[in-house]
Write a protein that binds this ligand. Structure first.
Ligand code: NAD
Ligand code: GLY
Length: 356
């Protein structure tokens, strides 16, 4: 029998459950109650579909299901790829009661979700995340979108799913480098809002890297609980939700400057979190703990070489910029983050060479 836990994302009439467990594919959790119309389009990619598409179909019993596989990789997270989903929806005669189901990592989820947000001004959407990063972060909260040649995730929409279905057994096939990248976002939650979880991660990182089922289940559940609470409080990032972007101003700049896919998103965020901790000016011991935890997960803790002009331009495209002012998510201490435009200019210069 599959085991599962359910976390509610409380957003009034856009509320939805995150269902987490082992063995939820292969018919272990019925998705039909979340599909209000007739047909569904499962959007996956050339890597994930051969592994999991057939195993998702029993969860959709009684539904008319078709599928579309995208090319794999962050470099395909573009408007052009999103257009192929729209083309398929149009050519198949899909109407407003269609449901789009994303089966894959954050790239598939973000693109498919954006297509669902746009098609006929919005059709229903379901997330079935298969990477650790997608299970702890990108499948929850309704941010969808694609990259633009000028910057990361610049084009998108908020569009909440009907349900997030997390079968943790899908992590069995996840490459080790991708697991490590997902752990960066897990560490993020401890760093920004849960010092006890940070301590738990310090003790349990070896078990997580070993894919210990109990440790992974706890890390995924706690991450989803923390994200669900932040999103319920501030769905459209008017304020507090921005703390989920800790390390991302630097991380997105790294991804953009190196070329999408060179460093994985989680790797760039890991180095970005150390830069943000240094910009915060918190006690050295706290930054050392963060660095040690990320290093123990095999993640980079120093940025690649990027010249100051490129840092400046890439950070200037960050979505948190207001009135041409950079804003950063900084730490007051480990486990307590805030967003501010009042950062130390000298420290930023030292980190990137880029000034105001
Ligand atoms: P990804 O989607 O590229 O997946 C990583 C790799 O793993 C891909 O090659 C994929 O095909 C493969 N894969 C997926 N599941 C697998 C499995 N079970 N077994 C074997 N291989 C598998 O990368 P990601 O780390 O999942 O997501 C990164 C993306 O998520 C970035 O574009 C980032 O911007 C986005 N993101 C979005 C949000 C949000 O709130 N929407 C939050 C964080 C990150
Ligand atoms: N990953 C950032 C957010 O969902 O807000």
């Amino acid at each position: 029998m599959p085991t599962s836990a359910t976390i509610e994302v409380s957003l009034g009439d856009r509320s939805y459950p995150i269902v987490i467990g082992q063995g939820l594919l292969d018919g272990g959790f019925e998705l039909s109650p979340f599909i209000h119309g007739g047909d569904c389009l499962v959007v996956s990619n050339e890597t994930v579909a051969p592994l999991y598409l057939d195993r998702l179909l029993p969860n959709l019993a009684g539904r008319d299901v078709s599928s579309l596989n995208l090319p794999d990789g962050e470099s395909f997270k573009t408007v052009a790829t999103m257009q192929t989903i729209l083309d398929r929806l149009v050519s198949s005669g899909a109407n407003r009661d269609t449901t789009v189901i994303a089966l894959g990592g954050g790239v598939v989820g973000d693109i498919a979700g954006f297509a669902a947000a746009c098609y006929m001004r919005g059709v229903a959407f379901i997330q079935v995340p298969t990477t650790l990063l997608a299970q702890v972060d990108s499948s929850v909260g309704g941010k969808t979108g694609v990259n633009h040649e000028m910057g990361k995730n610049l084009v998108g929409a908020f569009h909440q799913p009907q349900v997030v279905l997390i079968d943790t057994n899908t992590l069995d096939t996840l490459p080790e480098r991708e697991l490590r990248a997902g752990l960066a976002e897990v560490v993020k939650y401890g760093a920004i809002c849960d010092p006890a979880f940070f301590e738990w991660l310090e003790e349990n990182m070896p078990a997580l890297l070993d894919k210990d089922a109990q440790a992974l289940a706890h890390a995924i559940q706690r991450s989803c609980e923390l994200k669900a609470a932040v999103v319920a409080d501030d769905e459209r990032e008017a304020g507090r939700r921005a703390i989920l972007n800790f390390g991302h101003t630097f991380g997105h700049a790294i991804e953009h400057c190196l070329g999408y896919g060179e460093w994985l998103h989680g790797e760039a965020v890991a180095a970005g979190m150390i830069m943000a901790a240094e910009l915060s000016g918190i006690e050295a011991d706290a930054t050392t703990r963060l660095r040690n935890l990320l290093a123990s997960a095999g993640l980079p803790t120093t940025p690649p070489a990027i010249d100051s002009e490129r840092w400046h331009d890439a950070m200037g495209m960050d979505k948190k910029v207001q009135q041409k002012q950079l804003r950063f998510v900084l730490l007051r201490t480990l486990g307590d983050a805030w967003i501010t435009s009042d950062y130390d200019e000298g420290r930023l210069q030292a980190l990137t060479g880029a000034g105001r």
